[in-house]
Design a protein around this ligand. Structure first.
Ligand SMILES: Cc1ncc(C[n+]2csc(CCOP(=O)(O)OP(=O)(O)O)c2C)c(N)n1
Ligand SMILES: [Mg+2]
Length: 732
C-alpha cells in the first residue's frame, strides 16, 4: 500500500475559525457536492433496479450529512474503515467514484469492491483502506477493534512489518502510522447485537483508536428504535464505558456533525482512546427497494422526517448564507446528475465476470499449503538411552511448534480464554506464581517467553476472539487463537461462517485474513458429558474458504500446525483432547522447520483386503481393530489417516479403494450428515466399479455424549465397533 503522506482534505483557515466550524465556503460547496452526488447515485440505482438492470438497491439517503463530514475529516489510505451499507457519502468523500459504485450494482467483473460477488453498497477498496464489508449486521465491530489493535502492535513492534520470503508475510504489505483512526459504523438496530457490546468492551479496555459512528434513523427495517434500544437512546446506554469520548449530534446537520466528529477524531489521534458519535439521521427511502415503509410508518411521521432532509436543509443553508445562489446550485446539480448518468450508462455496458471464475480466491492464489514447499523431514535428535525417553506428547509438540514459530515470526500473537500464563504479570515477574498457560496447558510458558503483548487472555467471549483475530490478520498479523472447547465455539459462529472464510472471496482477493483457530475437540474423556465432548468438524468442512485440520498424533500435530501458521489461509486446527497426552503417537521433537502439507493422508498401516479411512481419535481405535483382525481372521486392513479434512487426500482414498475394493469410513462425530457421508458418497459415485461391497460407515450415535462413562462408551464409536464393521464387510 502507498505510504504517501495524506493531508487532511480540509485545512482550516485561522481567520474563519469561528464561522462554519472552520470550514471555508469552498469546503462547504465540496461537502454539498458529495452529498448531492451520493443522493443522485441512489436515485439512479433505484431507476436501474426498476429497469431490472441491477438486482438490489439500498440507499444512503438521509445519512449524507454525517457521512460526508466523517469522510472529509478522515484520511483515506491512512486511517482504516469498516463502514456499513448506508455509508455511500463516506466512501465518495474518501475517493470511491460513482462509476466504481455502479459497477458493483450491475455485478460487473471490474467492480473493484468484489468483482460482481457482493450486493451494491458493500464497500471495499484496498487502496483507500476501506475493508470489505458483509451483509450481516454488526460483524464489522470486532474486526475494526482487531484492526486497531494491529496498528498499535506494529507501532510497538516495527520490525514485525518487514516482508519475509517463504511464508504468508511475503504477500502482505504492512503500513502503520502513529495516530491512525479505525472508523466503524452501523445503524441503531445493529447496536442490539452482542458483538457491538463486545467491541465497546475491548476498545474501552485497551484504549484503542476506534471511532464508532452510530447512524440512528430510528428504524431497523420496520422495527422502531425503542424496541431495540431500552429507553430509545443508545448514547445513554453506552455512557458508562471508561476511556471513551462521547458525542450525540443531529446527523442531518452538516456543521454540527462536522464539529462533533472533529472533536472525536482529535481525541482519538491524540492517543486518548476510542470515541463514540451517535448521529440522529433520517431514512426517507424505506429500508431498501424490497421494503415499503408505508406498511408500518404513517404519513404524518414520514412528513415530519422529510422536513429534516439533510440535502434540502444544507442547500437552503448555502443559499441563505450567500455561498451559492439558486442558479449556481442548479447548474452544479445538473452537472452532477449528468455525471452520474454517464457513469451508470458505462457501468451497464460493463462485462460480467467470466464463466468458471467463481472458485477463484477462496484460498490464497500465492501460497499453496498442499505443495512441496510445505513438506519437510523431521530432524531426529540422537536416540535417547531409554527408548521412550525422547518421546513427546501431542501437547508437548504443539507447544513446541508455537514457541518455535513465535520466535521466527514477530507477527504472531496468541490469545484466547486462559491462554496467558498470568494476566497480572507482576505475579509472574516476582515469581509468586508459576502461570497457567491454557486449561490444557498448551500455551504454557509462552507469555513468560514472549511478553504480554504477544500472548494474552481475551474476555470470555468467543466472537471477540475470532472477530478481533480476523481484523488483525486483515492488517497483516498472524493471530493464532484458541477456542477452549469446541463445545463453546458457537458464539463465534457468525465470524467463523460469514466473515473469516469469506473475506478473500467476497473482496475478489482485495483482502485476506490468514488466521489459525486452535480448538480443543472431542470426547472419550470419561465424564466429559454433552458440553465437553462435542465433535462437529463437518460444519466447518462445509464452509468454503476454511482449511480444516485434525491430527491424530504428536508429530503430525507439530508439522500441520506449522503449515497452518505459515500458510496464507484461515485454518481451523482441531486438537483432540484425549490425544493431547496419550501414549499413542508420541514422537521426538522434529525440529523448528518440520512441516506436513495439507491434503496428504498418511497410510498408518498397509493392507490388501479392506480399507479403513479415518482421522483424529478413531485412528488408534481403528488401528487396534485392524491388528486384531489380522490376528484373529488373517484379514489385512489398510488404514488411512486423512490428517486434513479440507482439503482431503482423494488420491490416497481412491488408490486404496481400488486396491482393496472394500471400504469403511470411521469417525467420532455423529453418523448422519457427517464427514463420512461425503466421503462415502464420492466413493460410491466415482469408484462404483471398483467396489465389491457397499461403503460402510462407523460413527457416534445420532445423539449427544452422556456423562456416565458406560453410556458415553455406548454412544461413541469404540475399537470393537470398528472391528465388528470390518468383520461384517470382509464377509460381504
Ligand atoms: C445478523 C443479521 N440479521 C438480520 C439481517 C437483516 N437486516 C438487514 S439490515 C437490517 C436492519 C438494520 O437496521 P439498523 O441497524 O438500524 O440499520 P439501518 O438499515 O436502519 O441503517 C436487518 C434486520 C442482517 N443483515 N444481519
Ligand atoms: Mg436504523
Amino acid at each position: 500500500m502507498a505510504t504517501t503522506k495524506v493531508e487532511p482534505k480540509i485545512a482550516v483557515a485561522p481567520s474563519e475559525k469561528e464561522k462554519y466550524e472552520g470550514l471555508t465556503p469552498a469546503h462547504l460547496i465540496e461537502i454539498y457536492r458529495l452529498m448531492y452526488q451520493s443522493r443522485k447515485i441512489d436515485d439512479r440505482e433505484i431507476m436501474l433496479k426498476r429497469q431490472q438492470k441491477i438486482f438490489f438497491q439500498i440507499s444512503g439517503a438521509g445519512h449524507e450529512a454525517l457521512l460526508v463530514a466523517a469522510g472529509v475529516l478522515l484520511r483515506p489510505g491512512y486511517d482504516w474503515f469498516y463502514p456499513y451499507y448506508r455509508d455511500r457519502g463516506l466512501c465518495l468523500a474518501l475517493g470511491n467514484t460513482p462509476y466504481e459504485m455502479l459497477l458493483q450494482a450491475v455485478g460487473a467483473a471490474d467492480d473493484p469492491a468484489s468483482g460482481g460477488r457482493q450486493m451494491p453498497s458493500h464497500w471495499s477498496n484496498p487502496k483507500l483502506n476501506i475493508v470489505t464489508g458483509s451483509s450481516p449486521t454488526g460483524t464489522q465491530f470486532l474486526q475494526a477493534v482487531g484492526c486497531a489493535e494491529a496498528g498499535c502492535y506494529f507501532q510497538k513492534h516495527p520490525g514485525a512489518a518487514a516482508k519475509v520470503a517463504g511464508d504468508y508475510r511475503e504477500f502482505k504489505d504492512v503500513v502503520f502510522h502513529g495516530d491512525e483512526v479505525v472508523y466503524v459504523s452501523s445503524g441503531d438496530g445493529t447496536t442490539s447485537q452482542g458483538e457491538f457490546w463486545e467491541s465497546l468492551s475491548t476498545a474501552s479496555n485497551l484504549k484503542l483508536p476506534v471511532l464508532f459512528v452510530i447512524e440512528d434513523n430510528e428504524y431497523a427495517i420496520s422495527v422502531p428504535v425503542e424496541v431495540n434500544t431500552p429507553g430509545g437512546n443508545i448514547s445513554r446506554l453506552v455512557s458508562g464505558f471508561p476511556n471513551f469520548h462521547f458525542a450525540e449530534v443531529d446527523g442531518t446537520d452538516v456543521l454540527a456533525s462536522y464539529a462533533a466528529l472533529k472533536t472525536a477524531i482529535d481525541y482519538i489521534r491524540a492517543g486518548n482512546g476510542p470515541a463514540f458519535v451517535h448521529g440522529h439521521v433520517i431514512r426517507p427511502y424505506s429500508h431498501s427497494l424490497s421494503d415499503d415503509e408505508k406498511l408500518y410508518r404513517p404519513e404524518s411521521e414520514r412528513k415530519l422526517e422529510a422536513e429534516r432532509d439533510p440535502i434540502t436543509r444544507f442547500r437552503a443553508f448555502l443559499g441563505h448564507e450567500g455561498i451559492l445562489d439558486e442558479a449556481a446550485l442548479h447548474e452544479m446539480e445538473l452537472d452532477l446528475t449528468e455525471q452520474v448518468q454517464e457513469a451508470a450508462d458505462k457501468a451497464v455496458a460493463a462485462a460480467f465476470p467470466k464463466p468458471g471464475t467463481y472458485m477463484q480466491y477462496l484460498y490464497s492464489p500465492n501460497l499453496d499449503p498442499t505443495s512441496h514447499a510445505f513438506e519437510t523431514e523431521p530432524i531426529r535428535p540422537p536416540l535417547p538411552a531409554k527408548p521412550s525417553g525422547g518421546e513427546k506428547t501431542m501437547a508437548d509438540l504443539i507447544n513446541a511448534c508455537l514457541k518455535d514459530e513465535m520466535k521466527r515470526d514477530p507477527r504472531i500473537v496468541i490469545f484466547g480464554e486462559d491462554v496467558a500464563d498470568c494476566s497480572r504479570e507482576e505475579y509472574l515477574r516476582d515469581k509468586q506464581v508459576k502461570g497457567k498457560g491454557g486449561v490444557f496447558k498448551l500455551t504454557s510458558g509462552l507469555q513468560a517467553a514472549f511478553g504480554s503483548d504477544r500472548v494474552f487472555n481475551s474476555p470470555l467471549a468467543e466472537a471477540n476472539i475470532v472477530g478481533r483475530a480476523t481484523g488483525m490478520a486483515t492488517r497483516g498479523m498472524k493471530p493464532v487463537v484458541e477456542i477452549q472447547f469446541f463445545d463453546y465455539i458457537w458464539p463465534a459462529m457468525h465470524q467463523l461462517r460469514n466473515e473469516l472464510p469469506t473475506i478473500r472471496w467476497r473482496s475478489n482477493n482485495g483482502f485476506s485474513c490468514p488466521t489459525v483457530i486452535r480448538v480443543a475437540i472431542g470426547g472419550y474423556l470419561t465424564g466429559g458429558a454433552i458440553y465437553h465432548s462435542q465433535c462437529g468438524e463437518s460444519i466447518f468442512t462445509h464452509t468454503p474458504g476454511m482449511r480444516v485440520v485434525f491430527p491424530s498424533n504428536a508429530l503430525d500435530a507439530n508439522g500441520l500446525l506449522r503449515t497452518a501458521i505459515r500458510c496464507d489461509d484461515p485454518v481451523m486446527f482441531l486438537e483432540h483432547k484425549r490425544l493431547y497426552r496419550e501414549t499413542f503417537g508420541r514422537a521426538p521433537y522434529p525440529g523448528p522447520d518440520y512441516m506436513v502439507p495439507f491434503g496428504k493422508a498418511k497410510t498408518v498401516r498397509l493392507g490388501h483386503d479392506l480399507t479403513v479411512i479415518t482421522y483424529g481419535a478413531l485412528v488408534p481405535r481403528a488401528l487396534q481393530a485392524a491388528q486384531r483382525m489380522e490376528r484373529e481372521h488373517n484379514i489385512s486392513v489398510e488404514l488411512i489417516d486423512l490428517r486434513t479434512l479440507n482439503p482431503y487426500d482423494w488420491e490416497a482414498i481412491a488408490n486404496s479403494v481400488c486396491k482393496t475394493h472394500r471400504v469403511i469410513v470411521a469417525h467420532e462425530d455423529t453418523l448422519s450428515w457427517g464427514y463420512g457421508a461425503e466421503i462415502a458418497a464420492r466413493i460410491a459415485d466415482e469408484l462404483f466399479d471398483d467396489l465389491d461391497a457397499p461403503v460402510k460407515r462407523v460413527a457416534a450415535k445420532d445423539t449427544f455424549v452422556a456423562y456416565q462413562p458406560q453410556v458415553e462408551d455406548e454412544i461413541l464409536p469404540q475399537a470393537n465397533d470398528v472391528f465388528k464393521a470390518i468383520v461384517e464387510l470382509a464377509g460381504y
